[in-house]
Design a protein around this ligand. Sequence first.
Ligand code: NAI
Ligand code: 15L
Length: 275
Amino acid sequence: MPTPPTPLPQGRSRKLLLTGAAGGLGTVLRPRLKAYADLLRVSDIGSMAPARAGEEVVVCDLADPRAVDALVQGCDAIVHLGGVSVERPFEEILPANIQGIYNVYEAARRHGVRRIIFASSNHAIGFYRQNQVIDADVLPRPDGYYGLSKVFGENLARFYFDRYGIETVCIRIGSSFPEAKDRRMLVTWLSYDDLEQLIVRGLFTPHVGHTIVYGASANRDSWWDNSRAAHLGFAPQDSSEPFRAKVEAQPLPDPTDPANQYQGGGFVKAGPFND
Ligand code: NAI
Ligand code: 15L
C-alpha cells in the first residue's frame, strides 16, 4: 500500500464499513482502508472480490432497510460510497441514494456508530459558474437529480449530528480518476492518494461535527475554498499539471456550451429523462 506523504492523524477503527466497494473508488480504497481497521467490512449490490485477511464481504442493497441494519451492526465507523454515481432518472436515484443514505444513518443511530464519511459530490454545487470561487457555506446549487441526492445526504448528515451527535465529513469529490481527461478536470481532479488522505483525516480528526470539504488535489486553478474545513488539516500532495499538455492539445472548448460554463460540466445538461 502506498504510504500517504503527509502525516495523518493516528487511529484505527475496530470495524470499518466500506459501502460501494465494487465501484471505481471502492476498488481503489478497499486495500488502502484495510490499513486503518482491525476488520474491514466491504459491501455492494454488485459482486466483489472474495474476502481477504481481516475482511468481511457482504452483498447488500442499500435500499433494503433490514439488510442495511444488519450490515451496519457491529461497525464503529462507515465510509459511505455506495449509490448511483452519475445523473440518472429520479426513479433510479431515489432508492439507491436517498432511501439508501437514510437507511445507513438510521442503522448508524440504532447501532451507535459515531463517525461517517459521506462521498458527496461537486454536483451538489454544479450550477455555480466556473469563474466563481465558492466555499462550503454557499447555498447548494445541484445540477440534477444526482446532485440533489447529494444535497439530501449532506443535510441528512447535519440532522443526524444535531439530533444524535453522529459526526460526518461530507467530501464533495471533484473528479477522482487516474488522470485528468479534459479542461474541467484540470480544475476538479482529485488523486487517489489525496482522496485517501481526506478519508483518513475525516475518520480520525477529533471533533469534526458536520464538516463539508471539497475534494480536489493541489491543482493550479481552483473553484473551491476549503477554509471552512481547515480543522481537517487536508494538505493535497498531487496536482493535475502532469496532464495539462495532453489535455490542452484537445480542441478549444465552445464557451457558449453550458458544460463549459458551470462547475458541474456536462451534468448540467443531462436529461430530462421522462419526456
Ligand atoms: P461507482 O459507480 O463506480 O461505484 C458506486 C458503487 O455503488 C457501485 O459499485 C454500485 O454497484 C454501488 N451501488 C449502486 N447502487 C447500490 C445499491 N442500491 N446498493 C448497494 N450498492 C449500490 O462510483 P465511484 O466513482 O466509485 O464513486 C463512489 C462514490 O463517490 C459515489 O457515491 C459517487 O457519487 C461519489 N463520487 C465519485 C466521484 C468520482 O470522481 N469518482 C466524484 C464525486 C462523487
Ligand atoms: C461525480 O460525482 C461522478 O460520480 C463522477 O463519475 C464524475 O462524473 C465526477 O462527478 C465529475 O464531476 O467529474
